[in-house]
Design a protein around this ligand. Structure first.
Ligand code: ZN
Length: 274
């Protein structure tokens, strides 16, 4: 019995689960959208929706704030980091908008992650060494195609479309935080990634059970079209997820992730908190 439970934890995707997930995702996703489900403790793939799409790169948007936030946590006292977000700012002759157009007002690092405030990270860019930031990104498994970071405050909020990643890089990035152990800077982020679901940019997710945590990202391509991303994980099961949706926003991607985890973990005949 324990062996069966252990095996089901390692690979929860039975043929019946795959059928259920395929059926659900066929209904909601387009042919350029993808979902990758994996075990973040073993790195093993559990389920792929649109395997061919999973070879492609996509615009990560605000998921890159995780790298900036991690950099700041390692190099600064987070309690001293604050910024004022009015919703719109001008840097180097370019206008930068925040995800919340009316502004987040005074905001600290924790809330800038939970609410995905662009302006906080624009303001902190003077605290960031571009070479060190890129080295950190490489260590976390992303942006290996970039050899040098241009000097732009927009990069550290994940705004430029040049900041792309593929599904496996995205899985590597979220795994770093999902597997964080206490007393490390990244462990602090785990609580914040839980709060993204409870109070932040993914608070519209239906399924918040089993410790769902993660980060939303909304990118804009060169044609001005949205690209919605969610990278996340459960804390009570070792399952991670990457969702990428064309012409949708990160909140939409988070809702798909919540539903996928619900379909994957629900127990027949038993009520489960949605
Ligand atoms: Zn803001």
């Amino acid at each position: 019995m324990f062996l069966i439970l252990f095996l089901s934890l390692l690979n929860p995707c039975s043929p019946q689960h795959r059928k259920t997930l395929d059926h659900y995702l066929d209904r909601w996703l387009g042919n350029q959208d993808g979902v990758y489900l994996f075990n973040y403790q073993t790195g093993k793939s559990l389920y792929k929706y649109h395997p061919k799409v999973l070879q492609k790169r996509f615009i990560g948007g605000s998921v890159f704030k995780l790298i900036s936030a991690h950099y700041l946590l390692q190099t600064q006292d987070p309690d001293t980091l604050t910024a004022y977000c009015s919703g719109i700012a001008r840097f180097h002759g370019r206008i930068g908008r925040c995800s919340k157009h009316s502004g987040h007002n005074a905001i600290n690092l924790k809330d800038a992650v939970i609410q995905s405030c662009n302006h906080f990270f624009y303001h902190q860019y003077q605290q960031i060494d571009p070479d060190q930031w890129l080295t950190l990104a490489h260590q976390l498994g992303v942006l290996h195609h970039l050899k040098k970071m241009p000097q732009s405050p927009f990069l550290y909020a994940g705004v430029p479309p040049e900041l792309s990643l593929n599904y496996y890089e995205a899985a590597s990035l979220i795994t770093f935080f999902a597997t964080a152990i206490p007393q490390t800077p990244q462990f602090k982020m785990k609580k914040w990634l839980r709060d993204v679901i409870l109070f932040g940019t993914a608070s519209h997710v239906h399924f918040k059970g089993l410790g769902l945590s993660g980060k939303t990202g909304t990118g804009l391509d060169h044609q001005g079209r949205y690209n919605g991303v969610f990278i996340g994980y459960l804390t009570r099961y070792p399952y991670g997820i990457v969702v990428n949706l064309h012409q949708k926003i990160g909140t939409n991607a988070a809702m798909i992730a919540g539903d996928v985890f619900y379909l994957l973990t629900r127990k027949k005949g038993k009520n489960q908190t949605k």
